[in-house]
Design a binder for this molecule. Sequence first.
Ligand code: NI
Length: 185
Amino acid sequence: MILPIYIYGHPVLREETKEIAPEYPDLKQLIENMFETMYNAEGIGLAAPQIGLPVRLFVIDLEPLAEDEPKYAGFRKVFINAKIVEEFGNEVKMNEGCLSIPGISESVERNSSIRIQYMDENFVPHEEEYTDFFARCIQHEYDHIEGILFVDKITPIRKQLIKSKLSNLIKGRTNCHYKVRAVKK
Ligand code: NI
């Protein structure tokens, strides 16, 4: 089932998130719905707050990038109760976008590498290291479950320059091909 994606300005994107227990109701269905919602919106990552649920869950699928970059093939992952335990490596700037902030893309500086602990969809624990674009995607989604959005991390000048675009999103003025839920209609 395709779910509406909550747009910048909605308070759920800033809410404190709760951990997920193995008996969380209909978790498999929820994860499936998140992938379906993400594919429909042509995204490569989606976090639960973006569909209105303040819980520590996000999904990533880099397969759409595999045509140009074979290393992304088959990278389809579910992260439950994730915790980034270390960020390291060079600080790298790269443009990011977000399904909750349609029409805006800005340069964000992040460390190139992370170490993360999480559980997969079967509640098997993992501790892994990621670098470069893999790390960046995880950092972006992880920020969502911490109530952080990429526009929080841009320079004050850039923030000023996109101010009116952001206020349009808050007012519900979006132009998306996917279903959204804005704070005001
Ligand atoms: Ni995002």
